[in-house]
Structures are given as C-alpha cells and as structure tokens.
Design a protein around this ligand. Structure first.
Ligand code: SF4
Length: 483
C-alpha cells in the first residue's frame, strides 16, 4: 500500500499492508508483508544494529558479568543506560560500562592489544565478576581483529576460572538488532552451556525465557508462577546470572515469553537436552491466564492453576474497570520491536476497550507479522520497519489518540499534540502480568487524559491581550534600563 510520503521510495509499498485490503492474504498473513529485509539505502528508519541487539537486549541484562564493548566509545555509549533491565541483587551491569575505545591508531595498526588490555583492566577493577562478555562492533570487525583469540588469551592471563566470552555481533552483520539476538543466543548456548556438565533434571523447575525485567516486570510475573509451586531456575536474561544460565538444562520446561529474541536458545536446548518449551504471553488478562493454564497443564496441576488465575483476576478487577472507563474508545498506534506488536493489541482492546488502528514493527519477521495480523482487527494498518515520515503520516491521518513507542519517537507525537507512552522502557512500570497491566493502564490514563490536551490546538492569546501585560510596556522598560 502506498503512503503519501513513500512516492520517492516505492519499494516501501510492500512493507505497508492494511488488514482486509487487496494486498492482505488471510491464508498467508505473514507472507503478504515484506519484513526482515535490509533497509533501502537512504531510508532513515529507526532500527538498531546487530551489536545493539546482542549487547543491549540479550547479553546486557546478565547481572554478574562485566560487559566489554570492543570498538569506539560511541558504540558503548549507545548500549549503556537506555534499557532499564533491572536486577534484584546487584547493579553491576547497570552501573558500569567498559569499552576498548579504539582510536585511529588502532584502526590502522589493529586493536587486539587494546582489547586485551581493556579486559584485564576491567577484571582487575572488578575481580568478583563471574565472567566477562566481550561484544564486537563494526570497526574491529572490518579491520579483522580476532576477538575469539583475544578472549582465549585473556582467560589464560586471568587464570581464575573467569570465562571470557566473545560475541561476534558487529553492527553491520545483520539487517537489524534481531540478528544480534540470534548471535547472543548462539554464543551463550555454544560457549556457556556445557553438555559435559549436564545437571540433573528437576521436576518442578522452569526457566522463563525471553523476559528482560524491564522496570521490574519480574516482580509481577514471578509470583503467580511461584504460587503454582514451581521453582524458577533462571530468567533468560533479565535478572539472570551466569551460573543459572549454565544450569538451564536442569529445568523441566522452558516458558518462552519473547520468542523472537530467545526462541533460538530454547530450540537448541530442546534439540540437545530434550527439554520442551511452550510459548506464552505475559501481557493482558487473557494471555496471562492462558500462560498460567498452559504451565499448569504441563505439570498436571490444572486446579491450582485456576485458583491462581481467579485470585489474580479478582485482585485487579475493580481498578481495571476504573481504567477501562477512562481509556475506552481511544485510538492507538503501537510501534514496537517485534513481539509486543502482537502481544499488546488483544490486551488494549479486550482489557481496556481501546482501538488499535495501526501497528509498526522495527524488526519483526514473517512469523511476527502473521501473529500481528491474527490478533488485530479488520482495517488495522501494519507497517514493517517504518521511517520517520511514515510514522508522522500515520499519526496525522489515522486520528491517533495515543502513540505507544520508544523515546526516539516521543517528540514526534508531542509536536502533533498526541499523547505518548514509552512502551520500550516504560514511563513507570512494571507493565507485564496481571498487576503490571494496572501500571500500564495508569500511565496511559495519565497520558491520554492529561489536561494539557485541552489547551493544545487552541488559538493562543496574543501577548498583551486578555489582561496579560502589554509587550510594548516591557520593551519600553528594557529600553529604559539599557539607556
Ligand atoms: S552500527 Fe556499528 S558503529 Fe554503529 S553502533 Fe552498531 S556496532 Fe557501533
């Protein structure tokens, strides 16, 4: 479908499809829209790079290792502090950032010595860290630095049983941050989960996979699962620690929340260790209930599962109705990475009576788009990898009341007088689970029903009118002082 702003980039037409239009194919909904393709050169879209996906999403939340970026400071800066993946008992991973800080000299002569020095210095400063993750960026990849070899040399020099793990996640190596998720999963599985040390399977133990504890989401996701009587070995990777990640094969079940960023590791674990996995969504009452049901079914504790669901729903019922009354009917544009684009429409529509009219995904693949189309209503506009003018046109032409996106797009909404909630790193949070839904609803209520929107768009009184001081008086006063 052609958006007006895309006249100069007609190949964008295949990335924009309205559900129910001629281009839409209900038989193959994921295939009717192009996705996971390189961005057209010159098209300024909002994607992150492979390094961002590996360092920022998958590796970064592991809380007891040092995270070292091999590259210029700019790449490390980009990866630090923007994603609030909290940890329960240490802030090491959030407080510090390490980078080899490549300069022109290393780009010409090679940066391996500088990387080795950086790793050793980081270890010397923080000897208690359980491991060191090293992430590659574009420039050392282009000049051919051998990060694997440096990691091996660093391990030998440290000689303290501290694994140094290198991630070949140069920014240019994929079409988006999605490739970085894949690299992160592969390296963690290959390098850190050792088949020679396979732990004993534990009956009532699960791993939560693809959940990153943004602003404390685990505080609301874990309790209902624990009330089922389950032990949670690890969350991959929010609030995760190195040893528990190594112990992932001991769980009887992998419960996968974000399949896009972490389905790779559960597939590998299933192939190697036979551990089954189930895909769930922890967003909204219907899907959160279903998640509990699926887990309870697996462990044959259906009755207990129903009790937990009933008790959680009762606990939020009154407040949910309050927010529903305040949010019902608002038209929403969701622009997120991948899975939230299909996790959120049912939640906003069923739990809060909102109307999702447009959905944009930064890095969704074919299966993400299939799920988006399956879950949105007729006529919803779906856009893959949108650029700035497309976002602006949708905000302007689709009568949007609320834009749920990331900080980069916040002011695009504000300049158009449209309310905004930060869906990437949240305005407050947590947002997931039964109880997090209330926090999400509260932030949306504050955004949509903010009294400022009553003023926006009104004609401003000229200075000096309506009883305010006359501007010329002020000019006169100032002139007098200056004289
Ligand atoms: S694209 Fe390359 S240079 Fe840019 S942030 Fe990513 S790794 Fe660094």
């Amino acid at each position: 479908m052609r958006l007006n702003c895309n006249d100069p980039i007609p190949d964008r037409d295949d990335h924009v499809v309205r559900k129910g239009s001629e281009e839409y194919d209900p038989e193959n909904p994921g295939e009717c829209i192009d996705s996971n393709e390189p961005t057209t050169p010159g098209d300024m879209t909002e994607r992150g790079c492979t390094y961002a996906g590996c360092r920022g999403v998958v590796g970064g939340p592991v809380k007891d290792v040092l995270h070292v970026t091999h590259g210029p400071t700019g790449c490390a800066y980009y990866s630090w502090g923007y994603r609030p993946h909290l940890a329960s008992d240490t802030s090491q991973h959030m407080d510090n950032v390490f980078v080899s800080n490549l300069q022109e000299n290393q780009i010409i002569m090679g940066g391996e010595d500088r990387l080795l020095e950086t790793i050793l210095e980081a270890h010397e400063e923080f000897p208690d860290a359980e491991g060191i993750f090293v992430y590659n960026t574009c420039s050392p990849a282009l000049i051919g630095d051998d990060g694997f070899d440096v990691a091996k040399r660093a391990e030998e020099e440290i000689d303290d049983d501290v694994p140094v793990t290198f991630f070949p996640c140069a920014g240019f190596s994929g079409v988006s941050q999605s490739k970085g998720h894949h690299v992160g999963n592969n390296v963690i599985f290959d390098e850190l989960i050792d088949p020679a040390e396979t732990p004993e399977r534990e009956e009532m133990t699960i791993n939560i996979v693809g959940e990153y504890n943004i602003k404390g989401d685990l505080e609301v996701i874990r309790p209902p699962l624990e009330e089922l009587g389950l032990d949670i070995n690890v969350t991959f990777t929010g609030d995760g620690d190195l040893e528990s990640i190594r112990q992932m094969p001991k769980a009887s079940l992998n419960v996968v929340h974000c399949a896009r960023s972490a389905g790779y590791i559960t597939d590998m674990i299933e192939d190697a260790y036979g551990t089954p996995s189930i895909e769930v969504s922890f967003w909204g009452t219907r899907h959160m209930s279903k998640a509990i049901e699926k887990v309870a079914d697996f462990f044959d504790i259906e009755e207990r599962g129903q009790e937990v669901i009933d008790s959680e729903l009762t606990a939020i019922d009154e407040q949910l109705q309050y927010y529903r009354d305040r949010l019902e009917g608002n038209r929403v544009f969701i622009y997120q990475g991948g899975p939230r684009c299909w996790h959120w429409p049912p939640m906003l529509e069923e739990d809060l009576g909102m109307d999702v009219v447009a959905v944009g995904s930064t890095f969704g693949h074919e299966d993400d788009h299939r799920k988006i189309f399956e879950r949105v209503g007729e006529d919803t506009l779906v856009v893959d990898n949108p650029n700035g003018p497309e976002l602006e046109e949708i905000l302007a032409d689709y009568d949007i009341d609320l834009f749920i996106s990331g900080n980069k797009e916040k002011f695009l909404a504000y300049k158009r007088g449209i309310s905004f909630v930060n869906g990437h790193s949240y305005d407050s949070g947590p947002y997931a689970g039964f109880r997090g839904l209330l926090g999400f609803a509260e932030d949306m209520d504050k955004a949509v029903n903010n009294p400022v929107w009553d003023l926006v768009g009104e004609e401003a009184e000229p200075f000096g009118g309506d009883g305010s001081p006359d501007v010329l008086d002020h000019v006169g006063d100032a002139s007098g002082v200056a004289d």
